[in-house]
Design a binder for this molecule. Structure first.
Ligand SMILES: Nc1ncnc2c1ncn2[C@@H]1O[C@H](COP(=O)(O)OP(=O)(O)OP(=O)(O)O)[C@@H](O)[C@H]1O
Length: 641
């Protein structure tokens, strides 16, 4: 979840009614109506439009019945009066179920569309770790709100507008005939008047109200996220006594949201003024035009009310932008937010493709056999001759001298990734995601299968970033990185992630416990055994069994969470584990015992840690020193500085 910041990362949108906005609306809508569920989508839409047409037809019939009714009343025509009453009853009997079914189909289509679009966005959001890269990129605020609420409002409003336009179009067709047959001059008046009203609305209020609505969505999402952050960090805030600070921060978001709403209310008042004048100015026009003909006996009394009815139906239809501007401006804001999310996801998958192409070129340039089709496909068979000769001694010392480099000067490519049995880094340089800082350059080392590495160094030198690069989370930089298949590795971050769900879910994560493979792979006995290994055997009894559901990050201590993460690691038994200060919250005894288990159970592992007591559990030590240099040596040669 990214909150838009005030430092310029927030995207500025100057929304205005335009063809580009309509194109965006069409782009999002066509994805569903031309997508994999198009048959159902189109079927539902056609049904809704047919029902809409029938309802519009009923309105035309109603205008004639109303005419007969008024004429019968004014002419004291008793049989005519009862005939009109019976016609009314007939229309109501048909219209009542028809309307109910019409709204039901509308709701059904809206739900289907929402589900489809949400699922589509979720798939894109989680593919190629887009959620991670979007957060790192920091340009798109609150993707969660876009996926959750903007989709829902967008679908509802778009559907309303489609139906409205269709019904108004039918109204224009149906009632223009009626009005034309009575008073053609009224049709001309209506056209001129509605064009004028639309131009004033679009030019006078369009871009301002749309921008305000866009900001309203953005600021509401920021406000809500500031509250969610508090809920996620209650303990830290309580320890710091940070209530005043948090309340002040949240109030700032509230104030910004309210300021925007004040502006919306103000502009709504201006618009409402214009809207009322526009609507009321026309109320008596049809009567003024028709009354002289009624006085001269040219038309019956009922024609006056029929003309008024038809006139206002057409006025509503032609003035759709004026009368529905509130929902249209809301829809414009939702369209813009969804479109920028879709574009960011598209750009991301484009970047991934570009990266793969780039890697293909790089590798062929150095004569390596690359296949970029998937994470788990062996890509490169790196032989010793690809590694600089100095590496084979396993003891290297090298000075690097670039720390903060202007973006133009940094390596602009990607780290080439390979799959191989060990872990090999050749001339690897890594950039931070904002591409402003080179963390280290020309890092070279290799670990054969079965060899383990401890990465040490001062805070902020790039130890975790190295693991991120190995895991494929960061790719910007240069060099070649060979590591085992992703499915053979397992990463433990410093702060273990505790997903929502049962104790069983915590142990099996990232495998879903509902997945049939999970239960065939790990019986409850295995889970209890893993808990015993990390000295958490009493946990199931304490919390109510493996099926107990809790907020685990609040229920368990930091050390317990780290031990649970080790149990998770042992259950998955990967070939190679990567541990980023994964035992930092543990006491020395627990840490030693877990590392003893680790060295027995796993072929190899790479740890990031600060304690020299960990050195004995690893074959090699890579030590970063003062951001400028690094040293790779055997553990027997390691001398702590
Ligand atoms: N998303 C980001 N954008 C820009 N810079 C970042 C980002 N994430 C991390 N950095 C910077 O990259 C540098 C290296 O971070 P990293 O987490 O790898 O350090 P570390 O050596 O693991 O530190 P520690 O021992 O404190 O955990 C830090 O200076 C950090 O501020």
């Amino acid at each position: 979840m990214t909150m838009a910041s005030e430092d310029g990362t927030r995207q500025q949108h100057y929304l205005e009614p335009s063809f580009s906005l309509m194109r965006k609306l069409w782009r999002i809508s066509r994805m569903y109506f031309y997508g994999d569920r198009k048959s159902k989508a189109r079927f539902l839409l056609v049904i809704v439009l047919i029902l809409c047409a029938v309802c519009a037809g009923l309105f035309v019939v109603m205008s004639y019945v109303q005419r007969d009714f008024s004429s019968a009343l004014s002419g004291k025509d008793i049989p005519g009066f009862y005939r009109a009453i019976w016609k009314f009853v007939g229309i109501i009997v048909i219209a009542a179920p028809l309307y109910a079914y019409y709204h039901y189909m509308q709701d059904l289509l809206s739900l289907e569309w929402r589900v489809w679009l949400t699922e589509y966005l979720l798939s894109s959001y989680f593919s190629n770790r887009a959620y991670f890269d979007l957060k790192m990129d920091g340009k798109l605020d609150n993707p969660d709100q876009r996926i959750c609420e903007d989709v829902s409002s967008f679908v509802r409003n778009t559907l309303d507008i489609i139906i409205l336009i269709s019904s108004q179009f039918l109204n224009i067709i149906g009632f223009t005939g009626v009005l034309w047959s009575i008073a053609p001059e009224l049709v001309y008046i209506l056209i001129g008047y509605s064009v004028l009203g639309t131009v004033v609305t679009v030019k006078g209020f369009g871009s301002r109200l749309m921008r305000l609505k866009f900001q309203a969505l953005q600021r509401e999402a920021d406000f809500r996220y500031s509250l969610v952050r508090v809920r996620d960090n209650v303990e830290s805030i309580a320890f710091y006594g940070g209530e005043n600070h948090e309340a002040a921060t949240i109030k700032k978001f509230l104030a910004s949201m309210v300021a925007n709403f004040r502006e919306i209310i103000l502009w709504n008042r201006h618009f409402s003024l214009f809207n009322n004048v526009y609507e009321y100015a026309m109320i008596i026009v049809p009567s003024i035009v028709i009354a002289p003909r009624y006085f001269s006996g040219e038309v019956q009394f009922g024609v006056i009310s029929q003309t008024g009815f038809a006139f206002h139906r057409i006025l509503n239809a032609l003035s759709i932008i004026v009368f529905k501007f509130d929902s249209l401006s809301g829809l414009a804001a939702q369209t813009e937010r969804l479109e920028s999310l879709l574009s960011a996801l598209d750009d991301h998958s484009g970047d991934v493709r570009l990266m793969k192409r780039h890697l293909g070129k790089t590798s062929s340039a150095i004569g390596l056999n690359i296949d970029n089709d998937g994470d788990d496909t062996p890509l490169l068979n790196m032989r010793p001759e690809h590694i600089s000769s100095g590496l084979s001694s396993h003891t290297m010392k090298r000075e690097t001298n670039v720390v903060n480099i202007v973006p133009e000067a940094v390596p602009s490519g990607y780290i080439s990734r390979e799959v191989g049995p060990g872990l090999v880094l050749k001339d690897v340089s890594i950039l931070t995601p904002n591409l402003k800082t080179v963390l280290f350059t020309d890092l070279n080392f290799q670990l054969a299968p079965g060899e383990s590495l401890l990465v040490m160094g001062p805070s902020g030198c790039g130890k975790s970033s190295l693991l991120r690069a190995i895991a494929g989370l960061w790719s910007r930089g240069s060099g070649i990185l060979q590591s085992p298949l992703r499915s053979e590795t397992f990463f433990l971050p410093q702060k273990p992630y505790m997903p929502l769900g049962t104790l069983r879910d915590q142990l099996l994560f990232p495998v879903l416990s509902s997945n049939s493979n999970a239960s065939s792979m790990h019986s409850d006995g295995d889970l209890y055994e893993a808990l015993e290994e990390v000295k958490l055997q009493e946990l199931p009894a304490r919390v109510g069994g493996l099926g107990a559901v809790k907020d685990w990050s609040d229920t368990l201590s930091a050390g317990e969470q780290q031990r649970l993460a080790f149990a998770r690691l042992f259950l998955h038994s990967p070939k190679v584990a990567f541990l980023d200060e994964a035992s930092s919250a543990l006491d020395a005894n627990n840490e030693t015992r877990l590392y003893e288990l680790l060295s027995k159970k796993l072929e190899a592992y790479v740890s990031v840690g600060h304690r020299t007591s960990l050195v004995k559990f690893h074959t090699f030590v890579l030590e970063f020193r003062d951001y400028h240099s690094w040293k790779f040596c055997h553990r027997n040669e390691f001398v702590s500085i």
